[in-house]
Design a protein around this ligand. Structure first.
Ligand code: 13P
Length: 257
């Protein structure tokens, strides 16, 4: 097993109003989560500021689900990196498949957001992954390689240390279908190979690559036991304390092996 510290993120998506978000954070704060795993929660925008205060001293980090790449100005509805920093956000998701395929974000935007967040001192979880028709056409590795190259264009080796990759096959997200352990590991190993080409082997070896897509307590340990899977980005199962805790503990189980 690698020396990479596992990282588990909870992407709450457009779920949980104030009281539920507060209760979930309180539950996680009291859950005695292992500190051998980095834990990040990503509530919806309206609740980030309250979450930042509630998370103080818990060791759980705070992420936003999106950000805009311009510093300020006439961009109605958008939120800047410095605004997120201002309220205590540490992480940002970029390139999530729902933003790529539902909202219509392009690789150019994903790259601009990734770079802006890193320039602002935020850490980034850059999400990549293939659609079902791409998998069936044996394009999984090519799609991942393309999204990595676009997403990381212009990102320095130094800034790369604040980037985590989340491999989330689009067909596995919210569907109950999980990539087989073998398929997930194969994709992760290929992603690490691309990172070695884009940067170098030691940078690639240091990168954490999360798996996402119907990851739950029942499959997390097996997925995380793979040599190139360094934790997970969790949707549905991150909304319940017991499930999210079980997934984090699964990551801890392989952390020091
Ligand atoms: P699910 O865990 O609900 O499949 O969602 C995964 C995801 O999209 C996390 O970003």
């Amino acid at each position: 097993m690698s020396e990479r510290k596992p990282i588990v993120g909870g992407n709450w998506k457009m779920n949980l109003h104030a009281a539920d978000a507060e209760a979930l954070i309180a539950g996680l704060a009291d859950a005695g989560l292992p500190d051998s795993v980095e834990t990040v929660v990503c509530p919806a925008f309206p609740y980030l500021a309250a979450a930042a205060k509630q998370l103080e001293g818990t060791g759980i980090m705070l992420g936003a689900q999106d950000v805009y790449y311009e510093a300020n100005g006439a961009f109605t509805g958008e939120v800047s990196c410095s605004m997120l920093k201002d309220i205590g956000v540490q992480w940002v998701l970029t390139g999530h498949s729902e933003r790529r395929h539902v909202i219509g974000e392009t690789d150019v935007m994903v790259n601009a957001k990734t770079r802006a967040a890193l320039d602002a001192g935020l850490s980034v979880i850059l999400c990549i992954g293939e659609k079902i028709e791409q998998r069936e056409a044996n394009q999984t590795d090519a799609i991942n390689a393309g999204q990595l190259a676009y997403g990381l264009a212009g990102v320095s080796a130094e800034d790369l240390s604040r980037v985590v990759i989340a491999y989330e096959p689009v067909w596995a997200i919210g569907t109950g279908k999980t990539a087989s352990t073998e398929d997930a590991e194969k994709a992760h190993a290929a992603i690490r190979g691309v990172l070695a080409n884009l940067y170098d082997q030691s940078a690639a070896d240091a990168m954490r690559i999360q798996y996402g897509g119907s990851c739950k307590p029942g499959n997390a340990a097996e997925l995380f036991s793979q040599p190139d899977i360094d934790g997970g980005l969790i949707g549905g199962a991150a909304l319940k304390v017991a499930d999210f805790k079980a997934i984090i503990e699964a990551a801890a189980g392989v952390a020091t092996a």
